[in-house]
Design a protein around this ligand. Structure first.
Ligand code: SAM
Length: 333
C-alpha cells in the first residue's frame, strides 16, 4: 500500500468514525490519554428544523469538486453552528473568519443572530457563490464576504474569532499560521477535530443523536501571547530594591520558567497564560522570612504591565509591576 492510499484510508477511517459508535471511544481514549478535558457541557437537540437556507443538505448539490481538496464538503448542523458561536462568545464587535466556509452558514449566522462581521474562504467557487446568495437572502451581505481562496493563503490578522471544520492533519498544518497571524485573545473553535498537542481551553460535546450522527465535539482555544524568553524587572523588597529575572518556556498557553534573583532562591508556581493575561507566584525557598510574590499583568509585545502582591507573614503590600523581555526565544509550534 502506497503512502498516499494509506493516508486516504486513514482519512476515510477518520470520516467514517464520525458516523459510528467507535468514534466516541476514539475521542474518550484521546481525552483520557492527554488529559485535555477542561469543561464538558452537553446540549441536546430539540428536534427543531432551522429552516432554509441552512438545511442539513444545503450546499451538497454544489459540493462536487470539494473532494479533491484536503477536506470535502460537509455542513455543520445548525444546532452545532449555534453552539460554536456560543462557545466563542461571538458578539457584535467581533470579526469572524471561517476557513473552508462551505455554504457560509457559520459567518452568516454570526452576522444575522449576533451582529458580527466576517468573511469565509473556500476553494469551491460554487459554494462561495451560494454563500453570497444566502448572505443576500438573510440581509447580511453588507456585513459578510466570501472569497474563493486557499485557507492557507488567507490573511487572518483581522480575526477575533476563527472557526474550522477541517481534518486533524489540516488543523495541525494550520497551527503555525494561527500562531503567527492571530492576536493574543483570539478565539479558535474547531468542530469535531483537535489540534494535536495544543491543549484546548474548553471542550463541549453536543448530542445530535436526532441527526445521522452521535455527537459533535467542539474545541475552543484562546490564542496566548508569546512570552518565551528572558524577562527582567526590579522589585522593592523589605531589604532594598532587587532585580529579578525569569526564563519562560512556552508550549502555547502552557508555560513554566526558572527564576533568577541576586539575593535568594525562588520557586515559580501556578504560571497561567490566557490570551495576553499572565499570572504566576514566586515563593522564597528560604524559611525566614518566608516571602510570597503574586504577579499578574498583561503582555504587550516585549513588556508586561500589572501588579505584584508581596506577602511576608500576614503583611501584604501591592506594587505596580513592569517587566521587559531582554531575549526572545521562538518555541517550536
Ligand atoms: C467540512 S466543510 C465545512 C463547511 C463549513 N465550514 C461548515 O462548517 O458548515 C470543509 C470545507 O472546506 C473547503 N476546503 C477544503 N480545503 C480547503 C482549502 N485549502 N482552502 C479553502 N477551503 C477549503 C471545502 O471545499 C469544504 O467546503
Amino acid at each position: 500500500m502506497g503512502v498516499k492510499s494509506a493516508q486516504t484510508n486513514l482519512q476515510n477511517r477518520i470520516i467514517n468514525r464520525r458516523h459510528s459508535p467507535e468514534r466516541s471511544v476514539f475521542f474518550l481514549a484521546l481525552l483520557a490519554g492527554t488529559a485535555l478535558v477542561v469543561a464538558t457541557v452537553s446540549y441536546r437537540a430539540n428536534g427543531q428544523d432551522f429552516g432554509t437556507p441552512f438545511t442539513q443538505d444545503s450546499g451538497t448539490e454544489f459540493a462536487g469538486g470539494s473532494e479533491k481538496f484536503e477536506v470535502g464538503y460537509e455542513p455543520t448542523p445548525m444546532l452545532v453552528v449555534k453552539a460554536m458561536l456560543k462557545l466563542a462568545s461571538v458578539g457584535p464587535n467581533d470579526f469572524l473568519i471561517d476557513l473552508g466556509s462551505g455554504d457560509g452558514r457559520i459567518v452568516i449566522t454570526a452576522a444575522k443572530d449576533l451582529g458580527a462581521r466576517g468573511f469565509g474562504v473556500d476553494l469551491n467557487q460554487k459554494l462561495v457563490e451560494l454563500s453570497r446568495q444566502y448572505a443576500k437572502e438573510k440581509g447580511v451581505a453588507h456585513r459578510v464576504s466570501f472569497y474563493v481562496k486557499d485557507l492557507f493563503k488567507t490573511n487572518l490578522t483581522k480575526a477575533d474569532v476563527v472557526t474550522v471544520y477541517l481534518h486533524p492533519e489540516v488543523n495541525l498544518k494550520l497551527r503555525p499560521k494561527l500562531w503567527s497571524d492571530l492576536r493574543p485573545g483570539t478565539r479558535i473553535v474547531s468542530h469535531d477535530y483537535h489540534m494535536g498537542d495544543w491543549r484546548p481551553d474548553q471542550i463541549v460535546t453536543i448530542d445530535i443523536a436526532r441527526l445521522d450522527r452521535y455527537e459533535s465535539i467542539l474545541y475552543l482555544w484562546i490564542m496566548p501571547a508569546k512570552i518565551s524568553g528572558r524577562w527582567e524587572w526590579r522589585m522593592p523588597m523589605p531589604d532594598g530594591e532587587q532585580s529579578y529575572g525569569v526564563e519562560f518556556n512556552q508550549h502555547f498557553q502552557d508555560i513554566g520558567g526558572v527564576v533568577r534573583n541576586e539575593k535568594g532562591k525562588w520557586r515559580l508556581l501556578d504560571a497561567t497564560l490566557r490570551g495576553d493575561w499572565i499570572a504566576f507566584s514566586l515563593i522564597s525557598e528560604a524559611r525566614h522570612p518566608m516571602i510570597r510574590q503574586d504577579y499578574e499583568g498583561h503582555v504587550k509585545g516585549n513588556v508586561i504591565e500589572g501588579a505584584v502582591t508581596l506577602s511576608c507573614g500576614v503583611k501584604k503590600t501591592k506594587f505596580a509591576w513592569r517587566a521587559s523581555r531582554k531575549a526572545a526565544v521562538h518555541p517550536s509550534i
